[in-house]
Design a protein around this ligand. Sequence first.
Ligand code: WT7
Length: 639
Amino acid sequence: MVSKEKMVLDPPPEFAAQALVRDETLYRSASEDRLAFWAEQAESLDWYCKWDQVFDSNDPPFARWFVNGKLNACFNCLDRHTQTWRKNQAALIWEGEPGDSVVLTYQDLYQQVNKCANGLKKLGVQRGDRVAVCLGMIPELMVVMLACARIGAIHNVIFGGYGADSIADRINDCGARLVVTADGGWRRGGIISLKKICDTALRKCPGVERVLIVKRTGTDLEFMKGRDYWYHNLINEVESICEPEIMDAQDPLFILYTSGANGKPRGVMHTTGGYLAGVAATHRIVFDAKDNDVFWCTADIGWITGHSYVVYGPLLNGSTTLMYEGSPDWPERNRYWGIVEKYTVSVFYTAPTVIRSFMSWGAGWLDGRELGSLRLLGTVGEPISPEAWMWYYNYVGGGRCPVVDTWWQTETGMILITSLPGVTPMKPGSAARPFPGVDAAVVDGNGNAVSVGQGGYLVLRSPWPAMFSSLWGDTEGYKNLYWNKINGCYFTGDGAWQDKDGYFWIMGRVDDVINISGHRLGTMEIESLLVKHPVVAEAAVIGKFDEIKGQVATLFITMRDDYQDTPELLQELKDYVADGIGAIARPEDIYIIDEMPKTRSGKIMRRLLRDIAEGNVLGDTAAQEDEGVVEHIKERYRG
Ligand code: WT7
């Protein structure tokens, strides 16, 4: 730890000289008057009617930002830019995996969104309705989200890589009556049959009345008359202009499901006013948004990173946002660098797992690519090792570009801990300091601050504008899972420590949430699926360390008496998890054991299982009920 703390890099001088934020004034003014700071940030949006109170928390932990303010998210992302010189500026640069590409100006995107909004209305979607969107990374995904926002419908984007069970749970929980999907999506030269996966999911979703299908791959599909509609037909039948709905700042803009330590996916709800204000401010300040930037956040829009920094943040600020459909190693391992060169990307935001893949492929893949357009790099999703940080900084950034390590969550909506690229000295491996106006701390279980260098729980002591407003249909969960755990604080689920300069070093989750390639998965969600399989009696899923992905899922199962473990069965179980939850959850290893190691109170000893999976010397098992169980597992799996 000490040696890490020693490495400090100042922002590269050429960058600092032209940065939007060049000194500590923002930190100071925000700490003097947090609410005034956020109100000033919210002024960057167009409001039909201004708020009469910046913040209200009569009923904690529920909070209201920009009380009684009225606005429309889509108007802020599009309409207002079409009234300026930005009208003909590229809003979206999109590249498909096969190499096709589309550039939409603000005016183009505005027109498509208006049509789509009218199409949604024609299918019966009304203000407040939930629309489930299960698409790959194609322009229509952005169009549909903005169209929902325009008519006041709540989008629930479901990651295109999820399996049928995960999709069905998310559709049912939010009560969507319309699902938008595509015939297929490109991935590593192959086609993912999105419509087929959705059809499987929809067998469990009686509430869905209509399905809107975008044609992307030309894949055969079963078209259910009366339920299914083609996107391209629908938008040809509607009027060109759709007036935006006037929404209240508190009206939900979207629901996005994430995993927690309990089995049920959590429908994280984000508001219109606070969310947009927080996302616009952080996109502009953290990514130093400039008019001629090409901003590329590589995240899939199915995750919060894509919502906030592929769609809403860049469009609110009138930037050019880039979207790529496919995989970084298709057809070659230099695809990303080809895209950076082709479109002269200036700001690039990706995840540590992606950087680790590039490292393992070797810096040779960057050779011959012109990366001189890059001026700022970012990372998000999990802690980045100083080695990966330095690789990114030196090879991708050529030592010219600051790296912002941004800590945040689905629930926080916006970046909360980060450096400011033109101001903050960087310490590789640390997410640096709370964004101005953000009140983060490391505390013990009672909410008392721990001392410098000591590990504890990462919490937020005051609300922030893009905070989630609740969990869909689960206000008790909102209170109990996040706000009632630690006295007066929002509990993030992460462990962290702070160094003497106040820098935050994130240590990872302290709950049973695993992080595979920067994607959050609840072990319970996988376990509850597994126990529905006929051979499985009990299941425990743990995250095992992985060089590239950070963690991979490893299963421990006990079987029902009348089954034998054969290689075919192990394969079947892996497929079962991948089909149900999604390919990212596909277990790497499966251990069939006779009995689960449990504590006296009956809790599965996950830490012990993780040690076994990672081949560590078995540690202290004092709380262990039955030494024999462990001996047995050791005997069987550790030669
Ligand atoms: C969890 C949130 C928000 C974007 C993507 C993930 C981990 C996120 C960092 C970072 C260390 C990080 C935390 C957090 N995390 N960013 N810069 N350094 N850890 O969103 O799926 O809601 O997951 O990702 O553990 O709690 P998410």
